[in-house]
Design a protein around this ligand. Structure first.
Ligand code: PBG
Length: 328
């Protein structure tokens, strides 16, 4: 062995594109991508979301078209958020059979239900006039157990409307168990629950609150969502609890700032793990790219690869259709 030249030459496997392609350990597939979509009641045209260039609040009609495009690109699923015309203290739109999300779920099931998975986010914040994820007490706190009853009703309404996966995102204790029991009792034992198990009180949700018109009118979500500086064990505990309550898959959210947590969750569980590349992650890339500061397409792929490598089996991303096309 010569001391003069290195024996190990990792560069041998990076020399050209076919070699790099063959040895790449992390791959993305369109079926693993889930597209979050917004549908708004009472608008005649899709309404662009200012802080999320390229994302719109859909009409029922434009939603069908966009879901069709996603299916055609091979996207694995869509997850629906509804914005009702009228909001109230109990979030009545969440479980109204004629509510916008229920009507749109029905549309999507018939339009694309055989080609991809039609999922629904189950929460109250898009439907309450105060913007919090649950029912408030007189002192303005979110009442955990009263809220569970509302989540259960919303989940049942979504299941009846055709949702194929229920995804509770409100971070109430016991939400998966309450929803599982309600779904079973209403004859939906076959419908899986994707728990937003690990969800941080994140500033990266800012643009979403424009898209879903759900910014809290007072206070913030720190009393129910997790503290970004909180103990790592808390995240794992949330996951264990959700599994014990019957979650079929779990989620970590946001994605890029919590890849360490994502890896630990992946190593802990034997169910599919999803990661949500949230609105702020999307907006930052779009804004920097619009300024010509970064290579948009490469940054998108690199961020998704990082999320995949950290352990995500499924990735929720607003770029799902575009990326699926690129992969296709
Ligand atoms: C709550 C919910 C939120 C997001 C998904 N579900 C907002 C929040 O918790 O404040 C955020 C998604 C994103 O930022 O892209 N229903």
């Amino acid at each position: 062995m010569s001391a003069e030249f290195p024996v190990a030459r990792p560069r041998r496997l990076r020399r050209n594109a076919p070699l790099r392609r063959m040895v790449a350990g992390t791959r993305l597939h369109p079926a693993e991508l889930i597209l979050p979509m917004f549908v708004k009641e009472g608008i005649a045209e899709p309404a662009p979301v200012g802080s999320m260039p390229g994302v719109v609040q859909h009409t029922r009609e434009s939603l069908r078209k966009a879901a069709h495009d996603a299916a055609e690109a091979g996207v694995g699923g869509v997850i629906l958020f509804g914005i009702p015309a009228v909001k109230d203290g109990r979030g009545s739109g969440a479980d109204d059979p004629e509510g916008i999300v229920q009507l749109a779920l029905n549309d999507l099931r018939s339009e694309v239900g055989d080609a991809l998975v039609v999922m629904s986010d189950t929460c109250l914040d898009e439907y309450t006039d105060h913007g919090h994820c649950g029912i408030l007490t007189e002192t303005g706190e979110v009442d955990n157990d009263l809220t569970l009853e509302r989540y259960a009703a919303a989940a049942v309404a979504q299941a009846r409307a055709g949702s194929q996966v229920i995804a509770p995102s409100g971070m109430m204790d016991g939400q998966v168990g309450a929803i599982r029991a309600a779904l079973d009792a209403d004859g939906h034992a076959e419908i899986p629950i994707l728990g937003y198990s690990v969800k941080y009180a994140s500033a990266f949700y800012g643009p979403f609150r424009d898209a879903a018109e759900c910014a809290p009118q007072f206070g913030d979500r720190s009393a129910y969502q997790q503290d970004p500086a909180g103990p790592v064990g808390e995240a794992l505990r949330e996951v264990r609890l959700d599994l014990a309550e019957g979650a079929d898959a779990v989620m970590v959210k946001p994605a890029l700032a919590y890849l360490d947590i994502l890896r630990q969750v992946r190593d802990l569980v034997d169910v599919p793990v999803a990661a949500y590349q949230v609105s702020g992650e999307y907006a930052m890339v779009e804004a920097a790219a619009a300024n010509g500061w970064i290579d948009r397409d490469r940054v998108i792929m690199e961020s998704l690869i990082a999320i995949r490598r950290a352990g995500a089996d499924l990735i929720l991303t607003y770029w799902a259709t575009e990326v699926a096309r690129r992969l296709g």
